[in-house]
Structure formats: C-alpha cells, structure tokens
Ligand binder design. Structure first.
Ligand SMILES: N[C@@H](CCC(=O)N[C@@H](CS)C(=O)NCC(=O)O)C(=O)O
Length: 227
C-alpha cells in the first residue's frame, strides 16, 4: 500500500491515523510543500491520480483513490477489523456527517488562521488585514467547538465507540490549536476527549510528526496550543 501524503496536510494525516489505528503498514511518499510555494512541484503520480492534484492519494491492490473520506471508507471495506465506523446505519450516517462537519465546515474558518504559519510579509498592512480575518474566524471556531462539546455530552467518543468521526474532528481541533485558535478551557468534555485521543499511539505519533514538520517548515505561531 502506498500513500502520497503531505507533512502538514490535515487530510493526509487523517488517513495516516486511520492506517495506524487499523495496524496497516504502508509506504509513505511525502510530496513537496513549503509555506511560500504551497504544494509544488506536484508529484506526477498525484496529478495522474487526482484531477484536483491534491493529497492524500492511496494506491492499494490495483485501486487508486483520492479524497480522505473516500479513502477511509475504502479502508473500512477492505480491512474491516478493527472497525472505524459504528455498526448501526443511523450511527454510521451520524459518523459520516461529523466527518463532513470537520472536513468541510470546520475547515472554512480554519483557513483564515493558516497565514500564521507563513513567513511574516514585508508589507505590515497585509499582515494586519490577514490577522483581522483570523480574529473574525476565531469565534466561529469556538462555535464549532461548542457543537462538538454538545455532541460529546456524557460520551467518551463522538459516535458510541471510537470511530472516523473522532479522527476527523480531532484533526480539525488539533489544527485550530496549532494555529493559535480558541482555548479548549470553556469546553471541558471536548478538552478531555482531545487529551484522551492524544494518548492513543496513532494520534501521538502523528501529533509529534506534525510538530516536527512545523519546526522545519513553519513560522512559530503566538498562542499555539494555549491552555
Ligand atoms: N477533500 C480533500 C481535500 C484534500 C486537500 O485539500 N489536500 C490539500 C492538502 S491538505 C492539497 O493537496 N492541496 C494542494 C492543492 O490544492 O493544490 C480530502 O479530504 O482529501
């Protein structure tokens, strides 16, 4: 199995956590990335496999797939144990909705924070304008944290047992923290869930690898991982 991945790609790291949780070994190809040039030059294999030219791309048993959500569903079908989706259709659907919430809804305000890991522009006005957008995005992220807090009320995991919903939501929360987003303090259930997942070996390993990639590739972010 081969995974085309990015060292700071939230979606690639989501797939890597799932592969580790399932105990699957894989060859990882890290595509080039820099904070100034983004994902370039593009790996020809990624361009051939994905019309969007994005990572992650998974190649396994003659199947080539893109999009982290599609890849996770394939992994579940091809390698069912341990399961990363609940059993009951309603719970499976809920789990998929949380995955979409993390990937597509939480990502929107998170994007506004991403300029913080880029080198500070010479033009101070540009930095101030970017930072104003980031500040506007922070309460939106806190609102998303509140939704996860509600979903976690009285539960250890988001969908009954540990699932893809936890992986996807963890990645969005982790990126918010990495990018100096809102504190988890007002959200005790979310904070406990986040701390508990961080102790799983698959998560701890990826969190450490992202931190190492940040030391090499990213500008330090004020307020990262506060509280
Ligand atoms: N919905 C896709 C999003 C993938 C995505 O946005 N990948 C980013 C890295 S996190 C990428 O390759 N960006 C490069 C580009 O868009 O050119 C997924 O879940 O895999």
């Amino acid at each position: 199995m081969k995974l085309y991945s990015g060292a700071l790609s939230l979606f690639s790291r989501k797939v890597e956590i799932a592969l580790h949780e399932k105990g699957l070994s894989f060859e990882r190809v890290q595509v080039p990335f820099s904070q100034t040039r983004g994902y370039s030059p593009k790996d020809p294999a990624v361009l051939a496999a994905n019309p969007k030219g994005q990572v992650p791309v998974l190649v396994d048993n003659g199947v080539t797939l893109y999009d982290s959500t599609v890849i996770l569903e394939y992994l579940e079908d091809a390698y069912p144990a341990p399961a990363l989706y609940p059993d009951r259709p309603e719970e499976r659907a809920r789990c998929r909705l949380i995955d979409v919430f993390a990937d597509e809804v939480m990502l929107v305000p998170l994007r506004a924070l991403m300029h913080r890991t880029e080198p500070r522009p010479d033009d101070e006005g540009r930095w101030i304008a970017n930072e104003a957008k980031a500040r506007d995005a922070e309460p939106v992220i806190a609102g998303h944290f509140a939704k996860l807090e509600d979903a976690l009320a009285g539960r250890r995991f988001l969908c009954g047992r540990f699932s893809v919903a936890d992986i996807s939501a963890f990645m969005a929360v982790h990126y918010a923290r990495r990018l100096g987003g809102p504190s988890l303090k007002p959200f005790p259930a979310l904070a406990a869930w986040y701390a508990g997942l961080s102790e799983r070996s698959a998560f701890g390993r990826i969190v450490a690898e992202i931190a190492e990639a940040d030391r090499e590739l990213s500008a330090p972010v004020d307020g990262a991982f506060r509280d």
